[in-house]
Structures are given as structure tokens and as C-alpha cells.
Design a protein around this ligand. Structure first.
Ligand code: 5GP
Ligand code: ZN
Length: 114
């Protein structure tokens, strides 16, 4: 099966501005930032969307949130705050079919999102 965009990025076949990576996850800057700080955290394994997560992904998810919090602090987003976003499906505007957590900050973010 052909690898998806973020599987290729996770494998290093597509370059990215990487903030952190290990055997399970990668954190990298969004190519089209929506805030002064905007990075993505992805599992290296292909999981198409948040709806494909199940109980057995608990460890992976804990690790992803640990990476999110560590990188958010490193990017200067603590204590002012940051937003974590996961888009699923057409109405939410998911454009890459590989699970990714957006982390946005560095300015006051409006609510609710558009
Ligand atoms: P979605 O719309 O699926 O929630 O988010 C996909 C995100 O991936 C978008 O914010 C988009 O800018 C980002 N993106 C798409 N292609 C690339 C790429 O090749 N490299 C990086 N770093 N980000 C990408
Ligand atoms: Zn993938």
C-alpha cells in the first residue's frame, strides 16, 4: 500500500522542521502555521483518524500528550497557554488522513473556532 503523506514524513522521506522524535512519535512545525507557534504531533504508526483510536492506544496517547506538553513548554507557551486540536472528517476540515494533534499558541486564540 502507498504510504500517506505523514507516514512518509515520519519516515524522513519528506523533510520537516522536526522538534522531537523517537521510535513512536514525531513533533514538527506546521508548514502553514495558524499562530506564532503551531506544531503537529503524530504517531509514527499509521492511524487514520481519532476514530481509529481504541483502549489499546492508551500508552501511545499518554506519550503523545507528554510530548505535547514538553514541546509546548520548550516553545515558550507555558504559562500563557496553548490549544490542542484534532480535526476529524470533512466538517472539521481534516485534510491529512493520518492522526495528528495540532498545538497552537503564542497569541490570544479566539473561541469558538470558525
Ligand atoms: P488538518 O487540516 O488535517 O487538521 O491538518 C493538516 C495540517 O498539516 C495542516 O495544518 C497543514 O498545514 C499541515 N501540513 C500539510 N502538509 C504538510 C507537510 O508536508 N509538512 C508539514 N510540516 N505540515 C504539513
Ligand atoms: Zn500515515
Amino acid at each position: 500500500m502507498e504510504k500517506c503523506l505523514f507516514c512518509r514524513l515520519a519516515a524522513g522521506e519528506i523533510p520537516s522542521d522536526t522538534l522531537f522524535e523517537d521510535d513512536r512519535v514525531k513533533a514538527f512545525k506546521d508548514i502553514n502555521p495558524g499562530a506564532p507557534v503551531h506544531f503537529l504531533v503524530i504517531p509514527k504508526e499509521h492511524i487514520a483518524s481519532v476514530r481509529d483510536l481504541a483502549e489499546h492506544d492508551a500508552d501511545l496517547l499518554g506519550h503523545i500528550f507528554d510530548v505535547i506538553n514538553t514541546q509546548a513548554k520548550r516553545a515558550g507557551l507555558v504559562p500563557n497557554g496553548y490549544r490542542i486540536v484534532v480535526n476529524h472528517g470533512a466538517d472539521a476540515g481534516q485534510s491529512v488522513q493520518h492522526l495528528h494533534f495540532h498545538v497552537l499558541g503564542g497569541r490570544k486564540l479566539s473561541w469558538p473556532p470558525g
